[in-house]
Design a protein around this ligand. Sequence first.
Ligand code: SAH
Length: 319
Amino acid sequence: MRDAVFRRALGSFAEMTDLPAGTREALAGALRIHSSSVEKVQRSKDGTAKLLVLLEDGQRVEAVVIPEGKRRTLCVSTEVGCPVKCVFCASGLEGLLRPLAAHEIVEQVLHARRLLAAEGEGAITNLVLMGMGEPLLNYEATAAALKALRDPKGIGLGARRITLSTVGIVEGMERLAGEGHPINLAVSLHAPDDATRNRIVPLNAKYGVAKVAEASRRYAKATGRDVTFEYVLLAGLNDSDAQAGLLADLAAGAHVNVNLIPFNRVEGLPYSPPSPEREEAFADILRARGVVVHVRRRRGDDIDAACGQLRLKVDGGAL
Ligand code: SAH
């Protein structure tokens, strides 16, 4: 059964044709495979697919499949809504409705695998916990889901193919470093100084920049995996040369890379991305200091599936 659900991505007992018909019927009458279902799939013109997943209590979350060359990355949610309320992000606009249970995180992967299999596409190669919610504020369920997904008897996803993105919950980062399964860690820094970060990430009042940067360096040291600082460039707020210099101070020589994320517009929010020239100048200052910089490409923004655009809405209306 585990093989049928995890490896072969089957979604109903009827599909398990290696079982006798009577057994299939009996199982279907007594058990169900998934607690959630895919309510809707939206396709971007760049190939990105957004799955709207309906949970058994009527809540919804989104998961996004992002194809890129030979890679197929799946981005999953860990909470319905988000309690953190970063000022530029759609997912926190309505606050936290509830954390997801471990099986609800795992099921997003199973649904995405079924979708890919049905379309004759290959398996998911990479998993990112970067959808709605803050995974380290839902630690137990997230850790249990990762354990199930890594299990070699099931999907067997390697730790190196998994990336968890956090706003910087220091205790959670410490705990994760001690798990002994070094997954990649991305930290949403977004500003290199407390005055700016306080304006963008309200949780900075609790874990200031210095503590978050220190915990990131410790994670890199403990796991041997470089940490990534995620940095959404917001015109006039965090994109100055001086801020690039401060960011370089935090990252240079510390096994920390920087991922510059273009701001994806969110309806009703007043922020905008800097010009491509400003973005390039900012990246160049970091590179000149020896910091590895990636500029994340915008994917799926025509269907509101890009970073920070996942929110609780169906057909345009907020729930
Ligand atoms: N709670 C986790 C996962 C959130 S989403 C975290 O904070 O890291 C993943 C990334 O998308 C985060 O870096 C987040 O800050 C960023 N993001 C949020 N809103 C965005 C927007 N409108 N445009 C671009 N990136 C955004």
